[in-house]
Design a protein around this ligand. Structure first.
Ligand SMILES: Nc1ncnc2c1ncn2[C@@H]1O[C@H](COP(=O)(O)OP(=O)(O)OP(=O)(O)O)[C@@H](O)[C@H]1O
Ligand SMILES: [Mg+2]
Length: 479
């Protein structure tokens, strides 16, 4: 419901939602205008301060804790949009309302695209300004609450779709929480199937950009010739077949995140172009001669070792440093067995179609001993196959479609240990066999039938062995 301005203002006053605790920094190069707004806000009981340029505003923000920055767009030196970009980086929790000139729809659109909380068109009435600010305070309070809730789930073993109980995954959760609201580039490395894409999505969807688009692109999937126009767009007639002007993925991701997957496979010419975008924060569509400002966070991922790629001359060092502002390295699954129970149960739930399944502790231990070269993706496949093949509800180690483990079955005598003992105190082959037979018999609790089966010998051979040994023992016995 929209109230007429006067009524709206009265409502605000009555509800007392704005007070001295609410602070605004007014940025405008027009002295009269700025001072007028500051004193108006102070009259309304708010805390307000002024700055004449974007630089002065950034300076003020270092000691002035404010909720909302109200800034003019057009100012000498850096514009309000530039200031907005800096604030998003430096203090993402601050709301920014931009003042646009009457009739300039373009700058209003640009303001919102660049991530402004709201805009107000000049000249404006006092009431309209107060209503706009009120909304900005509310939005800021809401975001603050979201952040608080996010911190509260801090100590659980999941974060969005990301699961993990291992110390290293918890560290990754904490890091994501710290960086989610900012704009710094992130480089995620890890073997295939370790969860690079889930981590990228979690960064985007848990941060201040979550309401804006998350645009993934796989750099290997598109031929280099097409990738440029895919990323930066093109103008009509830029090349044969370019019948219409097309927005690129950078523009589609504006205000949000662009996920450049398999960045290690990006060709040399595009590496240079991407570097320029990261430096200038603007793109130039193929065939176009004007640049477009973009506010896009870059998250890149690769399973290649980019330092090796640099040494081999295949990847630009300067681009690497631009991307690697926040490095996230995801270790292979075999280095974090603590995550396996969680991940395996999540896969069970995902694929079980409401049938009840559970893994026995022995099955979980068995999963924890695997190499998992395909990491979590491989674990998912094994669980999915298990469910397809198993009656359930209980899944034991033998129900898992895994290759046999190397060496003897679990719990049987360890051949390596026997060999080591033999090297210290030489044993004849017969003695070694006897030792082995003893251990197997101990394992089967004296059950000779079972022992013979494990040893791969005839039951009678085992009995004969036993007879020979008791004879020898009798002969050796003194007296
Ligand atoms: N920590 C995790 N918690 C829950 N699911 C995960 C986790 N890590 C990976 N997965 C799941 O494993 C699968 C593979 O993850 P993802 O696609 O993110 O891996 P990747 O590192 O991008 O692999 P590739 O290098 O092959 O592209 C997905 O189904 C994903 O949901
Ligand atoms: Mg991937």
């Amino acid at each position: 419901m929209r109230f007429p301005p006067v009524l709206a203002r009265n409502l605000l006053k009555r509800s007392g939602t704005m007070s001295r605790d609410h602070s605004v920094l007014v940025v405008d190069d027009d002295d009269a205008m700025r001072e007028m707004i500051v004193s108006l806000l102070e009259d309304e009981g708010l805390t307000a301060a002024g700055a004449a340029t974007a630089d002065e505003a950034l300076e003020r923000l270092t000691d002035f804790e404010c909720d909302v920055v109200l800034s003019d767009i057009r100012m000498p030196g850096r514009s309000g949009i530039d200031l907005l970009g800096e604030i998003r980086e430096m203090r993402p929790e601050t709301a920014v309302v931009l003042m646009t000139a009457f009739g300039s729809i373009d700058s209003a659109v640009e303001a919102i695209r660049a991530g402004a909380t709201d805009y107000i068109t000049k000249p404006f009435k006092k009431d309209a300004l107060l209503v706009t600010l009120e909304k900005a305070f509310e939005r800021r309070a809401l975001e603050e609450e979201n952040r608080r809730l996010r911190r509260a789930v801090d100590r659980t073993s999941s974060f969005g779709d990301l699961l993990g109980a291992s110390p290293v995954m918890r560290e990754i959760f904490a890091l994501i929480r710290k960086i989610a609201d900012g704009r710094s580039s992130v480089l995620i490395t890890g073997d295939s199937g370790t969860g690079k894409e889930v981590v990228a999505r979690t960064i985007h969807f848990s941060g201040a950009r979550s309401a804006r688009p998350f645009v993934p692109i796989n750099c290997t999937a598109i031929p280099e010739g097409l990738l440029e126009s895919e990323l930066f767009g093109h103008v009509k007639g830029a090349f044969t077949g370019a019948h219409i002007t097309k927005r690129g993925l950078f523009e589609q991701a504006n205000g949000g995140t662009l996920f450049l997957d398999e960045i290690g496979d990006l060709g040399p010419s595009l590496q240079g172009k991407l570097l320029r975008v990261l430096q200038d924060r603007e793109i130039r569509p193929v065939g176009g001669n004007t640049s477009v400002k973009v506010d896009v966070r870059i998250i890149a991922a690769t399973n290649r070792n980019l330092r090796h790629e640099i040494e081999a001359g295949r990847f630009r060092r300067d681009l690497f440093y631009r991307l690697n502002v926040i490095p996230i390295e995801i270790p292979p699954l075999r280095e974090r067995p603590e995550d396996i129970p969680l991940l395996a149960s999540a896969c069970l739930r995902k694929h079980a179609d409401n049938r009840a399944f559970h893994l026995t502790p022995a099955a979980i231990e068995r999963l924890q001993r695997c190499r998992w070269d395909g990491n979590i993706r491989e674990l998912e496949n094994v669980i999915e196959r298990t469910i397809a093949l198993c009656e359930g509800p209980e899944i034991g180690p033998d129900d898992l479609p895994l290759p046999d483990e190397p060496g003897v079955a679990q719990g049987l005598p360890d051949g390596a240990r026997l060999l080591q003992e033999a090297l210290v105190a030489p044993l004849s082959l017969a003695e070694l066999e006897d030792r082995y037979i003893d251990e197997v018999l101990e394992h089967t609790h004296g059950n000779k039938v079972q022992a013979a089966r494990i040893l791969g010998i005839n039951r009678r051979t085992l009995y004969r062995r036993g007879d020979r040994r008791s004879r020898e023992n009798r002969e050796e016995a003194p007296g």
